[in-house]
Design a protein around this ligand. Structure first.
Ligand code: FAD
Length: 392
């Protein structure tokens, strides 16, 4: 990877484009705007603050200390916490046995936070929009990138147009167009591994105006070594449940009766708490679970430097609840590297990828491993005894 020597700051006069106004794109735009760097963010979807959240995306996220530390940098930590529900441990629901609570820390004080994805994204977009120098362009899909001439091609409401960009920061998600090769250099090298499992979201509405389950926990229903359901609380006192099942099991339940019978058999303690179960099951899509390992993340062209971040660089399966937290950390690292490289973009981006890659590889492996733990090991008496000993 060629690295240009650091020297005079090169941020001045550089046209910076962020692709994707998701969690990472919106945070990064704010951080860059605060440095006095003009940034244009291109997002293919309409403004979610106007149209509402997209169906099929996860409704809530577990945000941990890493994510909160990043939000603090743009003054959003307290706002996020004020709208969060802390979960101090996991509550395991074995089939045919009593539930058991496993705290996240020995003294019971440490928690992860259930936060609405839509609210968090909206707060990040509001903050980006209020930052001088940041321009948000919704309904602009990046379709091509010429790194030699430094030009982005966009499909927008007024048709196709090109815009200049000296630096392109691709936060366009797990199926990133930039990673998959909209530029003349072709695709970035990336291994993309899909689990045979998919996910589907369901709802447990409030019961008599209150939470139907304990809101202070992340609930887990481990099942048959291959499947599980989890549930996180929402501020409206509902829970969002996520099924993680082999994809053919979703397809096998073809009628409302089959869905209800399956839940009566495998999730008997919650089936009565889900009055819209069969409808939700039929309507809500099955999402895919993918791990992306790209390398390198950075390409320095004559006309434009390009970097991948967030899911575009390292999508991970959600079982550790760390994808968004990691995406936020990328943004903080890019900001820090710009300081250290005296504003020299190629040097800063090269430093960024070298610092982050080992961490994101490690979390990708831990996330895959945690699927086995959540769907299987948490239910085992040996595991529970060990946990009790650790926390004694
Ligand atoms: P995204 O949030 O995917 O944003 C990408 C943006 O780019 C989108 O707005 C998209 O419309 C836009 N875009 C795409 N292509 C283009 C284009 N060509 N031109 C312009 N714009 C484009 N993480 C956690 O930390 N905690 C959790 O509890 C958690 N739970 C999860 C549960 C599930 C079921 C799933 C699937 C993921 C979960 N994650 C969780 C992971 C988290 O959702 C991702 O890591 C996070 O959204 C990554 O942010 P991002 O900004 O990189 O990508």
């Amino acid at each position: 990877m060629p690295t240009e020597p650091t020297g005079a700051p090169r941020t001045a006069g550089q046209r910076v484009a962020v692709v994707g106004a998701g969690l990472a794109g919106a945070l990064l735009a704010t951080l860059l705007g605060r440095r006095g760097i003009p940034v244009t963010v291109y997002e293919r979807r309409p403004d979610p603050r106007v149209t509402g959240a997209e169906r099929g995306r996860s409704i809530n996220l577990a945000i941990s200390a890493r994510g909160l530390a990043a939000l603090e940098q743009v003054g959003l930590r307290e706002q996020a916490l004020a709208r969060a529900l802390p979960m101090h441990g996991r509550l395991v629901h074995p089939r045919g046995a009593a539930t058991n609570f496993q705290p996240y820390s020995a003294d019971g004080t440490r928690a992860i936070n259930s936060i609405s994805r839509a609210e968090l994204n909206a707060a990040l977009l509001d903050t980006a929009e209020a930052t001088p120098g940041v321009t948000l362009r919704f309904e602009h899909r990046v379709t091509a990138l010429d790194t030699a001439s430094g030009k982005l091609t966009l499909d927008g409401p007024d048709g196709t147009r090109t815009e200049p960009a000296d630096v392109v920061l691709a936060g366009d998600g797990a199926y990133s167009a930039v990673r998959r090769g909209v530029g003349p250099g072709g695709a970035f090298d990336a291994a993309t591994d899909f689990l045979e499992h998919g996910y589907k979201e369901l709802t447990i509405p409030p019961r008599d105006g209150d939470f139907a389950l304990d809101p202070d926990a992340l609930h887990i229903w481990p099942r048959r070594a291959t499947s599980m359901m989890i549930a996180l609380p929402n501020l409206d006192r509902s829970f969002t449940c996520t099924l993680f099942w082999p994809k053919d099991e979703f397809e096998a339940l073809g009628t409302p009766e089959a869905v209800t019978a399956h839940f009566r058999r495998h999730y008997p303690d919650v089936v009565e708490l889900m009055p819209d179960l069969a409808d939700d099951f039929a309507r809500n899509p099955v999402g895919s679970l993918v791990t992306v390992r790209a390398w390198p993340w950075v390409r320095i062209g004559d006309g434009a430097s390009v970097a991948l971040l967030g899911d575009a660089a390292h999508a991970i399966v959600p079982f550790f609840g760390q994808g968004a937290n990691c995406a936020f950390e990328d943004c903080i690292e890019i900001d820090r590297c710009l300081d250290e490289a005296n504003g020299d973009w190629p040097a800063a981006l090269t430093l960024y990828q070298e610092r982050r890659k080992a961490n994101t590889d490690a979390i990708a492996d831990m996330a895959l491993d945690n699927f086995v733990e959540m769907r299987d090991r948490v239910a085992s008496p040996v595991f529970r005894a060990r946990q009790a000993a650790v926390h004694a």
